[in-house]
Design a protein around this ligand. Structure first.
Ligand code: NDP
Length: 286
C-alpha cells in the first residue's frame, strides 16, 4: 500500500530516492537545506517543506540522505517532539560507530532507527541491480520493507545498527582494492607508452578469473584452515620483490607492494609460509 514518506536531503542520491518513492505511488514530503533543490520533486507531486522538523512531522517513515552523519546528527538535534513514533532510515554513508550512536540518539527521541548502506549510484536506484543493506530495528524493517523496495533490493543484515555500514564498507573495500590494482596496472603499461586500452581486455578477464578465489578464501578464513594447493605465502614472498623493483625501475611508487611484502613477511615470521593468501586476512589484525 501507499505510505507517507519524508525524504531529508535532496542531493544526487536523495533526489533519486524521493523520485523512486513517487514512482512507486507513495505520498512524499521533501526537505533540503537549500530549498531550491525541492523544485523538480514538487513539480512531480512531492510536498516541499522549509524545515527538517516539518518534514519529520509529516510522515511515519523518514529517509535521511545527507552528505555525512555529522549533518544527520545536527538535523536530529534540531528536532523537538516530531521524531517520537517515527521510523528514521538513515542512508547517509558512515561508519558502524556513527550508526550505533545515531540509533541511541533516535531512541532518545522516541524514534525507531534503521541504518542503510546503498549499493548503487543514483542512476541505478529502482533498477534491477540496486540494493540497500539495512540494520537496526528489525520490526521496523519488516513493516516498511515493501516501501523501501522502491529503491531496489532490501537486505537486512542485523539488529546491530552498525552492521549495514560494516557490510557497505566491506564491499567498497573490495572495490577500492580492485580500483587501486587496475589503475596501477594501467600506470605500469603507460610507462612504456603501451595504451591502457590494450591491457584492459586481458586485465578484465584476469581479475575476473582471480575473483573466483573469493569463495574458497572466505571458507578458509571462516574455518581457520589456510592450507593451499594454489600458491603459498612463501612463493608470493619470493615474487613480490619483483613488483617493487619493477615499479621503482619504471619510475612508479611501489608503496602498495611494499605493504603487501610486509604482510607476507609477518606471515612467514609466524610460521605460516605454507599457507595460502587467505592467511593475510588474519595478519591484518592489530
Ligand atoms: P550530494 O553532494 O549530491 O548531496 C549532499 C546533500 O547533503 C545535499 O542535500 C546537501 O544539501 C546536504 N547537506 C550537506 N551538508 C549539509 C548540512 N550541514 N546540513 C544539511 N544538509 C546538508 O551527495 P549525494 O546525494 O551523492 O550523497 C548523499 C549520501 O549518499 C552520501 O552520504 C553518499 O556517500 C551516499 N551515497 C551516494 C552515492 C552516489 O553515488 N552519489 C552512492 C551511495 C551512497 P544542499 O543541497 O543544501 O547542499
Amino acid at each position: 500500500g501507499s505510505v507517507s514518506v519524508s525524504v531529508l536531503g535532496l542531493g544526487m542520491m536523495g533526489s533519486a530516492l524521493a523520485s523512486a518513492l513517487l514512482d512507486a505511488g507513495h505520498r512524499v514530503t521533501v526537505w533540503n537545506r537549500t530549498f531550491a533543490r525541492t523544485g523538480p520533486l514538487a513539480d512531480r507531486g512531492a510536498v516541499a517543506v522549509r524545515t527538517a522538523a516539518e518534514a519529520v512531522a509529516a510522515s511515519e517513515l523518514v529517509i535521511l540522505c545527507l552528505l555525512d552523519n555529522g549533518n544527520v546528527r545536527e538535523v536530529l538535534d534540531s528536532l523537538g517532539e516530531e521524531a517520537a513514533g517515527r521510523t528514521l532510515v538513515n542512508l547517509t554513508n558512515g561508519t558502524p560507530r556513527q550508526a550505533r550512536d545515531l540509533a541511541v540518539r533516535a531512541a532518545g527521541r522516541g524514534a525507531r532507527y534503521l541504518d542503510g548502506g546503498i549499493m548503487a549510484v543514483p542512476q541505478m536506484i529502482a533498477g534491477p541491480a540496486a540494493y540497500v543493506f539495512y540494520s537496526g530495528d528489525e520490526k521496523a524493517f519488516g513493516e516498511y520493507e515493501s516501501a523501501l523496495a522502491a529503491f531496489g533490493g532490501a537486505q537486512f543484515v542485523g539488529a546491530d545498527a552498525g552492521f549495514a555500514a560494516l557490510y557497505d564498507i566491506a564491499l567498497l573495500t573490495g572495490m577500492y582494492g580492485m580500483v587501486v590494482g587496475v589503475l596501477q596496472a594501467f600506470a605500469l603499461a603507460r610507462t612504456e607508452n603501451i595504451p591502457a586500452t590494450e591491457v584492459a581486455g586481458p586485465l578484465t578477464d584476469w581479475v575476473g578469473a582471480m575473483l573466483t578465489g573469493a569463495r574458497p578464501w572466505a571458507e578458509a578464513i571462516d574455518s581457520g584452515e589456510h592450507l593451499t594447493d594454489v600458491s603459498s605465502l612463501a612463493v608470493n614472498h619470493a615474487a613480490v620483490p619483483n613488483f617493487v623493483e619493477t615499479f621503482r625501475d619504471q619510475g612508479l611508487d611501489p608503496a602498495f607492494f611494499e605493504q603487501l611484502q610486509k604482510l607476507l613477511e609477518r606471515g612467514i615470521e609466524r610460521g605460516h609460509g605454507a599457507d595460502g593468501l587467505s592467511r593475510l586476512a588474519d595478519l591484518l589484525k592489530k
